[in-house]
Design a protein. Structure first.
Length: 135
């Protein structure tokens, strides 16, 4: 198993230029609903997987300069947009798969604490399938 330190994660929304230079962390969490398939007579719970869902969480440093993070995200509020996430900004490969799909930009934060960098967090629910590709 190859263990890597995340130093150049690739994150893009809405097919735009990558947001890497402002992103501190990005995590895609996916799961399937747990459906109880147990019936009378069963002595152990039986489960099956149901509808899949996910959340793309991004922590980033805000930037209100023209064509930067704020200018990219603000017009997306309330819309479903595409995303791409890779562990490295290197080319897509079997050792650097890309995860793609769509997410709802359901909220944005503005402002921050006095004397601190304006760090923000987005929690973007997936809409539709998430795919994994190695080429």
């Amino acid at each position: 198993m190859a263990v890597v330190a995340l130093t150049a994660e690739y994150v893009a929304l809405n097919g735009s230029a990558a947001l890497n230079d402002h992103v501190k962390s990005a995590t895609l969490t996916v799961d399937a609903a747990e459906l109880d398939a147990s019936a009378m007579g069963d002595t152990w719970k039986e489960v099956v997987g149901g509808v899949k869902s996910g959340v793309l969480a991004i922590e980033y440093h805000d930037d209100v300069a023209a064509s930067s993070v704020d200018a990219t995200l603000w017009p997306l509020l309330g819309t479903v947009v595409t995303f791409e996430l890779r562990l490295s900004d290197a080319a897509v490969s079997t050792s650097n798969p890309k995860y793609t799909g769509s997410v709802l930009v359901k909220g944005l934060n503005v402002g921050g604490k006095h004397g601190e960098l304006p760090a923000k967090t987005l929690s973007l629910p997936t809409s539709g399938a998430v795919t994994r590709a190695t080429s």
